[in-house]
Design a protein around this ligand. Structure first.
Ligand code: MG
Length: 203
C-alpha cells in the first residue's frame, strides 16, 4: 500500500508556515515503511533536531480509483481515521530552500502513525468531522473537515488523475493550524470526534 499526503489544505496552517495559498491541491507520498505499528512508541529520528507533529484526517481507499470524477469520488473511500504526518521541519526547510523534493523530511520510517478507522457511515456529518490531538494532556490541535480548502471528493479525484489509488491506500488530508515540535518523553493522544483513537509516546 501507499500513503498520499495533501499539503496546505487549511488556510490558518498555510499562514502559520508563511506559505502561498494553493490554487490546486499539492501532494506527496510516504512509503508503507512510514507506518508506526500500533502499540509502539515513535522513535525520534537521529537526523533531525526539529520534528513537528501535523494532525490530519486520513481516508482509506475502498475501490481502485483511476481518473475518477469529483461527483463520484465518495464511492472510492469508506473509512476515516486520524493520523500524524511527522515532519522533520529542519530538513524540510533545507529541501525547500534548495528546491529539492521533501522525501527526506516527510517519508522517513514511522513518520505516519494512524489510529483506528471508523466507517464514514458511522459519522454524524461527514462534511464537519472534528478531530484533534492532545500533547502531554493538553489540546494543541483541533480542527474540522469543514475548514479544508479542498474537500475529500476533490482530493480523491485530483490525485487519481496522476496516481491510481488502490484498495487499502491511505490519503492524509492536511493539517489545521497549531503544528509544533515533539520531544522524547512526550505523550500524544489523537481524537476523532469525542473518541480517543490512538495513544503513543515519543522515544
Ligand atoms: Mg501534513
Amino acid at each position: 500500500m501507499k500513503i498520499i499526503c495533501i499539503g496546505r489544505n487549511y488556510l490558518a496552517h498555510v499562514k502559520e508556515l508563511d506559505n502561498a495559498l494553493p490554487s490546486e491541491p499539492m501532494f506527496f507520498m510516504k512509503p508503507d515503511t512510514a507506518l508506526l505499528p500500533p502499540g509502539q512508541p515513535f522513535p525520534y529520528p537521529e537526523f533531525s533536531k526539529e520534528v513537528h507533529y501535523e494532525t490530519e484526517l486520513v481516508l482509506r481507499i475502498s475501490k481502485t480509483a483511476k481518473q475518477v470524477a469529483e461527483k463520484t469520488a465518495s464511492q472510492y473511500y469508506d473509512a476515516i481515521a486520524v493520523g500524524i504526518d511527522f515532519t522533520a521541519r529542519d530538513l524540510q526547510s533545507e529541501c525547500k530552500a534548495k528546491g529539492h523534493p521533501w522525501e527526506k523530511a516527510k517519508s522517513f520510517d514511522y513518520s505516519a502513525p494512524v489510529g483506528v478507522f471508523k466507517p464514514i457511515t458511522a459519522l454524524n456529518d461527514p462534511s464537519d468531522i472534528r478531530f484533534g490531538m492532545k500533547l502531554n494532556g493538553k489540546w494543541v490541535q483541533q480542527g474540522s473537515s469543514v475548514d479544508m480548502i479542498f474537500n475529500f471528493d476533490l482530493l480523491v479525484s485530483y490525485v487519481s488523475r496522476y496516481v491510481t489509488l488502490n484498495v487499502g491506500d491511505y490519503l492524509f488530508t492536511g493539517t489545521p493550524q497549531g503544528v509544533g515540535e515533539v520531544h522524547p518523553g512526550d505523550h500524544l493522544e489523537l481524537f476523532l470526534e469525542e473518541e480517543s483513537v490512538l495513544k503513543f509516546e515519543v522515544k
